[in-house]
Write a protein that binds this ligand. Sequence first.
Ligand SMILES: [Zn+2]
Length: 74
Amino acid sequence: MSLVDLKPCPFCGGYATLERMGGHAWSCIVTCVECGCTLESNEQWPNSGKKWNQRVTPIADFSPSGSNEGGHAS
Ligand SMILES: [Zn+2]
């Protein structure tokens, strides 16, 4: 059972678990049980794991059309 709704691993899509809950004197560690990657942050409960869920926005809708359109080099 996981206390925080952790998203799957960004690298392998595996199950992530809270290795250590953040506190006053210790850091928060989220570990992927599949590939073993970890994220250590200074988050404290109940915010532990939020950074893990934070993702860089994927490059969506990157299409060359639009930059070329309307600009006819004649
Ligand atoms: Zn992983």
